[in-house]
Design a protein around this ligand. Structure first.
Ligand code: DGT
Length: 202
């Protein structure tokens, strides 16, 4: 007799293909359930907070939204945001906005903050944030036009207007920091927390 499908012990409160790809590649059993939260409203309430605190708060909001629906679930939430010289950038809403963002990034240092949390019921069991530094080279207008034509609409789903695993790598002179943080989630600390929670074999 077939046994009921084992319910994966972990819920990823995200629609992010990048985060799902990281967990899939790492062999982490999970179920993805995107959280419907108003990120912009939360960011407005946290306008003066440090970027890492905003990323952590958004991660908690996503995970808590799912945990409210399923009190037994262990829920992983994550968020990434980009700042350049103190100015925060969300995902571009149009080709034109992507070109504007890239024009501002040119020649400047980008900070990519990625946070992750684990929530069960009302409680946040674990939280972590990390920051990577990406030095954007001087970008010509012709390059920006070509880049946006090639990478749109994929970059409409990414903070910083780039996929590092695709043509986005051409934006940078130097990258300092964890590769997974750049991809959108501090995976190594997440795996450690999942071992502590018994989701993964220690
Ligand atoms: N493929 C790819 N995605 C990246 C890269 N850097 C950042 N991202 C993605 C990861 C996230 O999906 C997105 C950051 O936006 P958010 O943190 O708001 O997550 P998103 O709205 O995608 O999903 P979620 O809110 O978690 O349901 O940017 C990269 O280099 N490559």
């Amino acid at each position: 007799m077939s046994t009921a499908q084992e319910k994966p012990p972990l819920v990823l409160a995200s629609r992010s293909e990048s985060r799902k790809a990281m967990l899939d590649a790492a062999g982490v059993p999970y179920e993805a359930r995107p959280a419907a939260i108003d990120e912009r409203a939360i960011e407005r309430d946290l306008a003066d907070a440090a970027p890492e605190d905003i990323a952590e708060a958004l991660s908690v909001a996503k995970a808590a939204a799912i945990a409210r629906e399923d009190a037994a679930a262990l829920v992983l939430g994550s968020d990434s945001l980009v700042t350049v010289e103190g100015r925060r950038f969300d995902k571009p809403r149009s080709r034109e906005e992507a070109r504007e963002h890239l024009g501002f990034f040119s020649g400047r240092m980008m900070e990519l903050h990625s946070a992750a949390v684990i929530v069960r019921g009302e409680g946040c069991l674990w939280a972590h944030s990390d920051c990577a530094h990406l030095l954007v080279r001087d970008l010509s207008d012709d390059f920006i036009d070509l880049y946006v034509e090639v990478e749109w609409p994929a970059i409409s789903h990414t903070v910083g207007c780039f996929r590092i695993e695709a043509m986005g790598v051409q934006l940078f002179e130097r990258i300092e920091g964890d590769q997974f943080t750049v991809l959108g989630m501090p995976l190594l600390p997440v795996l450690g927390a999942l071992r502590d929670q018994g989701v993964l074999q220690a």
